[in-house]
Design a protein. Structure first.
Length: 219
């Protein structure tokens, strides 16, 4: 595959699709070397919100509630991803834990609205994260793009961006400031992978100064 070939993405959503919309805009502008091969929603409400925000974008519904457990649900999700030919999976506000097959190790990205390893883990999503940051009296917050593994918010960190926490912040105002950094960080991470500049060594993701020989060199 040529070095400049757009990276085929599977984008997984559970909410309004704002992260997907950001990626789509950057693809249209030519600043993100990728294409969206498939969008998968974990619930019908996410599709409704997506159609309101991006009427032209279609999504496949694989409803988490229709499956007995993580393994059967994950199998259905990754079957669809494989069928679409996606190279990288982007969790974009996707709230369902996945059992990631071995063949997708270090090929699933997630973005978290805090500077991991702080303020992550089960139940830490959305405004709960920002409430916890404010309750801890943090002076800095931000976002983290990392390779997902079999647990919540762990796995090799690829890109982080920070922003100040202001004395009069609410969870809503802090969330807006963090999301401005998310809109930069996620495309940056995807472009690094598309440029073959990522090597994963154990739990460390290293950014290479020159293109490597494969899209993601893992383990």
């Amino acid at each position: 595959m040529p070095d400049d070939q757009p990276l085929a993405l599977a984008v997984l959503i559970s909410g309004s699709g704002t992260t997907l919309a950001n990626l789509a805009r950057r693809i249209d502008r030519g600043t993100l070397n990728a294409r969206v091969a498939i969008v998968i929603a974990s619930n019908a409400r996410a599709i409704e919100k997506l159609q309101s925000n991006m009427p032209q974008q279609q999504a496949l519904l694989i409803d988490r509630k229709s499956f007995d457990g993580i393994d059967s649900y994950s199998a259905a999700v990754f079957d669809a991803i494989g069928g679409a030919g996606a190279e990288i999976v982007c969790c974009a506000g996707f709230l369902s834990l996945l059992a990631i097959p071995d063949g997708y190790a270090n090929r699933v990205l997630n973005i978290h609205p805090a500077l991991l390893p702080g303020f992550g883990g089960r139940g830490m999503y959305g405004h709960r994260v920002h409430e916890a940051v404010l309750a801890a009296g943090c002076k800095v917050s931000g976002c983290t793009v990392h390779f997902a593994d079999q647990t919540y918010d762990t796995g090799p960190i690829l890109v982080q961006r920070s922003c100040p926490v202001k004395h009069d912040d609410t969870p809503q105002t802090l969330a807006a400031r963090v999301f401005r950094q998310e809109r930069i960080a996620y495309p940056e991470a995807i472009n690094l992978i598309a440029a073959r500049r990522v090597r994963v060594e154990g739990n460390i993701a290293r950014v290479l100064p020159e293109p490597a020989t494969s899209r993601v060199v893992a383990r």
